[in-house]
Design a protein around this ligand. Sequence first.
Ligand SMILES: C[S@@+](CC[C@H](N)C(=O)[O-])C[C@H]1O[C@@H](n2cnc3c(N)ncnc32)[C@H](O)[C@@H]1O
Length: 178
Amino acid sequence: MKKNLLLNSVHDLIRCNTSSVDVLVDATLGNGYDTLFLSTIAKHVYAFDIQEKAIQASKKRLTGITNVSFIHDSHEKILEYVSNFKGIVFNLGYLPGSDKSITTLADTTIKTLEQLLPKLPIGGFVSITVYIGHDQGKLESAAVEAYLENLNSNYEILKSTIFNKRSAPYHLFIKKNN
Ligand SMILES: C[S@@+](CC[C@H](N)C(=O)[O-])C[C@H]1O[C@@H](n2cnc3c(N)ncnc32)[C@H](O)[C@@H]1O
C-alpha cells in the first residue's frame, strides 16, 4: 500500500491508542497491509474478509507472523469470534486489483458499528478509512456519517481529509472516552 499523508496519519492515530498488550481487529483484511502494520503494535490481531482470495494473499504477505488470526467471514460476525478488543480498523471499499462489485456495503458496515461500538472499552477506538471515488463508496460514506452524527458524547470523532483533493479517501477516528 502506498504510504501517503493520510495513511501515515491513520497509522499514527492507531499507534498512539494501542499498547503491546492490546487485541485489535482488522474488519477488512484485503491484501493484508493494515494487518501487517497492526501485528507490529498489538498483542494479537483478528483479521476478517469475505473473500478467500484476500485471506490467501494476506497469509502469504504475513508468512512467519504468529500473532494474527485470519477469519474468512463477514465483519458482522466479529463478536462470534472475539470480544476483548481495544480497537477495530476498517478500510472500506473493494479489494484493489480485484472484482469491484465485492465491496463493503453501507448496511453491513452500519450494522457492524452498531454491534461493536457498545463493546469498546474506555479508550477503545474504531478507525474507518472511507473511499468516495466510486458510487457505492459515496453511499456508504453518507450512511456512515449520518449514523456517526447521532452518537452520544461518550464518543469523540475526528475526521481527517486531504483538503485539496475532493474525491480522495478520508478518515474517521472514533474514540470512546466514557
Ligand atoms: C479496501 S479493501 C481492504 C484493504 C486492506 N485493509 C489492506 O490493507 O490491504 C476492502 C476489503 O473488505 C472486504 N470486505 C467487503 N465486505 C466485507 C465484509 N462484510 N466483511 C469483511 N470483509 C469485507 C473486501 O473483500 C476487501 O478485501
